[in-house]
Design a protein around this ligand. Structure first.
Ligand SMILES: NC(=O)c1ccc[n+]([C@@H]2O[C@H](COP(=O)([O-])OP(=O)(O)OC[C@H]3O[C@@H](n4cnc5c(N)ncnc54)[C@H](OP(=O)(O)O)[C@@H]3O)[C@@H](O)[C@H]2O)c1
Length: 263
């Protein structure tokens, strides 16, 4: 897709990957509509030409408002980037069920609900792209964030099915699976503590700007899946071909994390 003059609606755009996406799409000549809870941050990022909707996306009225306002202002939505998401590091057998439900709401049900609002318009205009920001944890289950992984697996599976549901309408879907991205994500999680050994393992960390650039290129090239950094594909291959070996390695990392957590 050529993004010049296209309208892009980005959720969770007040900081991190979403904020970097604002700049990356704008550089391609796209018109920007953003939604998150922090109005001031959004207004600073969106600038005079951008459209801001401030609110909590788990509220159906906020979702409807940002879609309606975007259509009113720009007359179209060509790209929806479902980016807002949250982490949970509490072991799944101990986590508060209310936290698990909240995580699933934001990471899975909100993207589905946003797509339900946007698809009729995209279908009417003959096409569009829906980007769902998942995670490498949605390709390989990470035991220090099991529930988060489950939410991102659900998101990726739904994205694959939705692509085929919507193919005849000219609507394409993309799953983005970042590895570790340097944002405030780990400070915003719902519960638990990031094990220090995991917090330190930033060997393949990328910036939010690099992640946003990979997302924009994925939209331009109509990729099905974007893994960034690309070394993540090696992890996916090991998970497929040598699942026992991966379990062993993840268990070692997890036990190491538990031990450093206790010390
Ligand atoms: N950082 C990583 O290492 C990493 C790796 C893989 C995947 N991801 C995924 O990438 C996406 C973005 O993560 P990030 O690292 O940029 O995280 P972040 O820095 O914590 O940013 C999260 C964004 O989501 C918004 N948000 C959170 N709850 C919201 C709610 N209830 N309603 C509306 N907006 C809400 C936040 O804005 P407000 O607080 O203003 O609402 C913020 O703009 C997430 O889906 C995450 O799972 C991140």
């Amino acid at each position: 897709m050529n993004l010049q003059g296209k309208t892009v609606l980005i959720t969770g755009a007040s900081e991190g990957i979403g904020a970097a996406c604002v700049e990356a799409f704008r550089k391609r000549g796209a018109r920007i509509s953003v939604v998150a809870r922090s109005r001031e941050k959004l207004e600073r990022l969106a600038g005079p030409d951008g459209l801001v909707t401030a609110g909590d996306l788990t509220d159906p009225e906020v979702r409807a408002a940002c879609v309606e306002a975007t259509l009113d202002r720009f007359g179209s939505i060509d790209v929806l980037v479902n980016n807002a998401g949250i982490g949970l590091y509490t072991p799944s057998w101990q986590a508060d069920i209310a936290d698990i439900r909240h995580l699933m709401e934001l990471n899975f049900f909100v993207p589905v609900a946003m797509a339900q609002l946007v698809v009729p318009h995209m279908a009417g205009q003959g096409g569009g792209v829906i980007v769902n920001v998942g995670s490498i944890a949605g390709k390989v289950t990470l035991p220090w964030m099991t529930i988060y992984s489950a939410s991102k697996f659900a998101l990726g599976s739904w994205t694959d099915g939705l692509r085929l549901e919507l193919k005849s309408k000219g609507i394409h879907t993309i799953t983005v699976c970042p590895g570790y991205v340097k944002t405030g994500f780990q400070d915003h999680m719902l519960g638990g503590r990031v094990p220090p050994s995991i917090r330190r393992s930033k060997k393949f960390a990328i910036t939010a700007e690099q992640c946003a650039e990979a997302i924009v290129r994925g939209v331009e090239r109509e990729k099905r899946t974007v893994l960034t950094p690309a070394v993540g594909w090696a992890l996916v291959a090991v998970a497929r071909l040598l699942p026992g070996l991966l379990d062993w390695q993840l268990y070692r990392m997890y036990r190491g994390a538990e031990a450093s957590d206790e010390s």
